[in-house]
Write a protein that binds this ligand. Sequence first.
Ligand code: DUT
Ligand code: MG
Length: 146
Amino acid sequence: MKIKLEIKRLPHGANLPFPSYASEGAAGMDVVSAEDVILQPMQRYPVKTGFAVAIPNGYEIQVRARSGLALKHGIACPNAPGTIDSDYRGEVKILLINLGNEAFEIKRGDRIAQLILASVTQAVFCEVTDLDDTQRGHNGFGSTGI
Ligand SMILES: O=c1ccn([C@H]2C[C@H](O)[C@@H](COP(=O)(O)OP(=O)(O)OP(=O)(O)O)O2)c(=O)[nH]1
Ligand SMILES: [Mg+2]
């Protein structure tokens, strides 16, 4: 089953493909840049996509790096995974960082990241004075060994 997502093209997104799955079973929709950018080593930049979306209640979009760009050029999402809230109506931007040693050139239309539609359950805190006992208790951060 596929969830319908409303998408609005912005003027600078003219003629660009909307995010799409590169294979039948892909988890992420590849998203393309709406601008030419040169990302210097260690530089962060919010890359324009040229569209805005209205995500249904109960869902979010996660922005994740593309593994190929990460492996070959060190292109990562510093906020990984980026979060697009269901009530956000602004332009979707892809926050990238160049962790490589060389400048990385992005051309308008290049696939720069992938978008994953994911369900979200909101929580409400309910304060208590004591939590139930468990075998793990306070042990964490490698307490079970490597
Ligand atoms: O990679 C991203 C991450 C966020 N956003 C947009 C959509 C998201 O709904 C909004 C806020 O993101 P987030 O909650 O991660 O950032 P914040 O620093 O908490 O900002 P805010 O105070 O606006 O929630 O910014 C993007 O376009 N791309
Ligand atoms: Mg926030």
